[in-house]
Design a protein around this ligand. Sequence first.
Ligand code: ADP
Ligand code: ZN
Length: 817
Amino acid sequence: MSHFIDVVLPIPLEKLFTYRISKAESEFLQVGMRVSVPFGKSKIYTAIVCRIHEQEPIIYEAKDIHQILDDTPLVTKHQLAHWQWISKYYMCTVGEVMRAALPSAFILESETIISKNTSTVISDENLKDDEFLVYEALHHQSSLKVHDIASILDKKHVLPVIKRLLEKEAISIQEEVYEKYKPKLVRYVKLHANHASQENLQVLLDELRRAHKQREVVMTLFSMSAKTKKPVKVSELIEESQASSAIVKTLIDKGILEAYYIQHDRVEYSGGDDEASKALSKPQDVALSEIKESFKTHDITLLHGVTSSGKTEIYVKLIEDVLASGKQVLYLVPEIALTTQLVNRLQDYFSEKVAVFHSKYSTHERVEVWHNIFQNTTKAQVVLGARSSILLPFQDLGLVIIDEEHETSYKQFDPAPRYHARDAAIILANIFKAKTLLGSATPSLESYYNAKQGKYGLVELTTRYNNVMMPDIELVDIKDKHKRKRMKGHFSDRLIAEMTETLEEGQQIILFQNRRGFSPIIECHTCGHSPQCPNCDVSLTYHQYRDQLRCHYCGYNTVMLKKCDACGGNDLDTKGFGTEQVEKEVSALFPEHKVARMDLDTTRGKYGYEKIITAFEQQEIDILVGTQMLTKGLDFRHVKLVGIMNADNMLNFPDFRAHERSFQLMMQVSGRAGRTDTRGKVLIQTYNPHHQILQQVSTNNFAEMFKEQMDERHNFKYPPVYRLIKITIKHKDYNRVNVGAAWFAKSLRQVFDDLVLGPEFPPVARIRNQYHKHILVKMKPKQSIVKTKEAIDKINNSFSSIKDFRALRVIINVDNY
Ligand code: ADP
Ligand code: ZN
């Protein structure tokens, strides 16, 4: 009898592929192990075993596998089931999901580029002969492909050698690596334990009778620690005692004082063991019991808790319960780089049980986290990660927390799989019969609608922790201010007055502007021409700092023009404004205060985000100007005032979700104000203060926003009432896109009739020299998802079998955001 396996290959194949194996191999292999297989004329891939069976394929002759790569499975059956679901629901191939799920070190293939791992030194005796040959070759050549290694070793089956070298950390796979941020170390000082008791201290002070200055330092330290009950920084001690650093050093050298470091941004006075979680306030406690109650009847529950209501502490209590039962927790956040604060908080409570998964960490680190989760070790009981962490090999998931569930960054745009991590996480939880808690101060219409329909449980938390009042939100009519000459640049007199007062109180300010750069449009006063990107249909943004014009779609840049390139006139005007201009104006208005900017341009470098967040936390910055990055759940203690520079460009964005999105952004950024004890203040500058969304923001009226927006979604047949599938046709030739998109839409209309919209060019129709045209297919509430997708697939197949259309790219995006 012959034996076969069906495998997933990490390439876009519609079906699983079948290979022949020997009897011995069939006895050894298990589902979830890797094998290396030949594919096509000369390619080698790493594949995952999905099924072991004895049915020979009918259509093609099954090839033999090359080799088995694992002794035990690397992927779980639950994962394979989840991948299948993602591939069906989001209309992509399982291979594409596999590629997104596995760290690149797991999917060696002919094209993989290998180089020496320069961060370790491996001695030769630890390497087998074939490993040594490869390692040696990498001394002479900085990188090698799998094919090169095959010729060095003069054999075909080389993936196992590479795999072993990877495990020994002798080599690395080429990749973009993101380095983890180590917060700057702050030096602290305390009395050496020998002198800590009252009597010993007395003896010490007697000994230091003659060293007058040293004695002074010891006494100052003693009284500082007694007063604040907090660790004392070396710098604070020097300042307080007016001593020189040399004296402190002498005391440390003599063993009287002891210096130490705490690697935390926010220092708590604790021994270093797990800290006890905080006692919940009454409203938090009520919410927690309601969540537990809700979980009895609903596997999915939405916690709608206003900003700073203390949702995190509630999550912590739920996590404690799940850990006690020995199960794993997945804690999803929209953007891991912005969560240093949260990572620290969770590590305080759960220390080494927290594993952080970041798709940009090095392969070695990702591989380590993968194994820890797979083996369900103590090191991976709480997995904190962004979108792609839903693809990890959980063994025994008990709870999934999706924080800031409304965030659009949970949806993957490009490449496939274009999944929504919130929705895919719910499916994952379901596979494990685990509970899911969605949390947000501004839930998505999708989730709130599901809760209102009874599909999800709903728990509302309406007060801030510590009973701090919600910030006072004031709308400032800048049309009127302009008319009455009450504007300085983009700042109204109201905003300047509030800023002045806040700074006088020693409090901090956040200014929000949803555009980066200096100004998005440059216009010639003489002829009206404005410079455009040569690759995209969009105006270039002026970046004053670098004196450049830049395209925000493709990255194209050029030096700022001195003259209009159309008419030669030298009267160039700027229109609209971005964060750079706000920063510049605010520095001129408040020259004695420290201003910083947080947007894509300032956070690109190493630790970009962390440096700014830490500096703001430690009050080294007074005024922080930024884009929507500022809205993502950050918890700053001293922000009193938030200014939204211009609400109108968000509201006018051409998208059916623009109003919902604007409400969320403004509520979230407002929520950064007044989080400790005094009430915060928010000023929103707008040309249109009567806009219903601004009224709803200023009165914190989520319910009304929800109702009005849902009415619109009902009327215009948009999500969450209808589902949307967006089909994009893409090519560099404008006419071909037109003809192809028209054909596609016509075929769709024959099936779906008036549920098809378009084809239509988006506002920016050409990006990187590729024209895009969109077609939307709407699905009625009870329409069969499976049948709809089958019909679309069929049309797509006919489309790509037409010769003229073959070169066009078709992108299908389910539940498009
Ligand atoms: P949210 O996520 O709802 O915006 P957070 O969980 O960040 O709110 O809490 C806001 C602030 O209140 C945090 O600084 C947090 O440490 C503090 N806080 C919340 N709950 C408690 C509690 N029970 N005891 C002490 N501090 C708390
Ligand atoms: Zn461009």
